[in-house]
Ligand binder design. Sequence first.
Ligand SMILES: Nc1ncnc2c1ncn2[C@@H]1O[C@H](COP(=O)(O)OP(=O)(O)OP(=O)(O)O)[C@@H](O)[C@H]1O
Ligand SMILES: O=P(O)(O)OC[C@H]1O[C@H](OP(=O)(O)OP(=O)(O)O)[C@H](O)[C@@H]1O
Length: 220
Amino acid sequence: MSSARPLTLALSKGRIFEETLPLLQAAGVQVTESPESSRKLILPTSDPGLRLIIVRATDVPTYVQYGAADLGIAGKDVLFEHAAQNPGGLYQPVDLDIARCKLCVAVREGFDYQAAVAQGSRLRVATKYVRATREHFARKGVYIDLIKLYGSMELAPLVGLADAIVDLVSTGGTLRANHLVPVEDIVDISSRLIVNQASLKTRADRLQPLIDAFAQASAA
Ligand SMILES: Nc1ncnc2c1ncn2[C@@H]1O[C@H](COP(=O)(O)OP(=O)(O)OP(=O)(O)O)[C@@H](O)[C@H]1O
Ligand SMILES: O=P(O)(O)OC[C@H]1O[C@H](OP(=O)(O)OP(=O)(O)O)[C@H](O)[C@@H]1O
């Protein structure tokens, strides 16, 4: 690849894009177009040596792992699930402390989760976080039937698909709106900068200052 190619940063639109803008700004980089209004998937920045690509949150590690992006920003939830299929592929130099939330177990109001666990009942758990869920319940010694979903997990206990869900919780508003309650915290989540290993070796002169700028901006 030509060294004239701009560095490529993979982001998902929505909260990660919005929360990354101030970090880029602190690093002296302006982004003038929004992926929501422009619908563009490749966005220029004020730095001709840096462009953004807009991909699904769960696809960010894949773009970085294969070198289609030199770096990216992804939640620990996404990185943990990605690593289950692709161990050891990504360098994670900076916890940016953005998009903070928790991975939690939640159940319908009135469902006695502690009693179900104490009785040794086999639980049906719906989630898109397969690895984190399996590891959590294995640690607790609780047998589960895991039902893989791709979104709207909150619905599953309401319509009898599952006894419990494992999902991200921030304000708790989504759980409350659906008459669910959190019963266990699994892990704190925030987003990390991830870097392609080969890019780090071959493009360190361009990449390292950007990594340092992200580290500085997130620590400020
Ligand atoms: N309510 C929330 N508050 C704070 N951070 C969150 C919240 N929900 C998710 N996140 C974090 O932001 C990341 C991106 O979430 P986002 O909702 O943009 O994508 P997604 O819908 O989970 O992913 P995909 O589009 O691939 O299905 C998540 O991986 C998680 O780390
Ligand atoms: O505790 P809260 O503040 O209500 O946040 C929790 C919600 O946030 C996330 O969904 P998001 O808003 O990203 O929607 P989506 O993942 O379904 O697109 C997550 O999947 C929860 O549904």
